[in-house]
Design a protein around this ligand. Structure first.
Ligand code: MN
Length: 133
């Protein structure tokens, strides 16, 4: 059964690029352009993974992650930060906020499908920078 990914990104070029790459790999994609729409689509579509931009209109990515991770039905849904911030402190911040990991922008279109697959299969990043399966 095809996996469904919710892509939350207010930058249209970034969003359309990710959608195109994932569709080519057989994923179903759902899109949201702000934090409120992200919550609505997450609840309605029950995605297998949420790729979540941090800087978003209405609610930011931290707020969206906090709200969804406060729900029992999203405990096992990986929420991956989609962020241009690659500093160590920012990485720690997204993990502490409840994200399962992060994917850096600009997106590497060759790596993206494998990164998404790994998180769907249970990859979890830790604050120390290592990975836990
Ligand atoms: Mn943004």
């Amino acid at each position: 059964m095809p996996r469904k990914v919710l892509i939350v990104e207010d930058n249209r070029d970034n969003r359309e690029l990710v959608v195109k790459v994932l569709k080519n790999k057989g994923y179903l994609t759902v899109e949201a352009v702000d934090g409120e729409e992200a919550i609505e689509k997450a609840l309605a579509e029950k995605p297998d993974l949420i790729l979540l931009d941090i800087s978003l209109p209405k609610l930011d990515g931290y707020e969206v992650a906090r709200l969804l991770k406060g729900r029992e039905d999203f405990q096992d849904v990986p929420i991956v930060a989609f962020t241009a911030h690659a500093m160590k402190g920012d990485r720690e911040k997204v993990i502490v906020a409840g994200f399962e990991g992060y994917i850096s922008k600009p997106v590497n279109i060759r790596e993206l499908p494998n990164q998404i697959k790994s998180f769907i299969r249970g990859k979890r990043e830790s604050i120390l920078g290592g990975e836990e399966e």
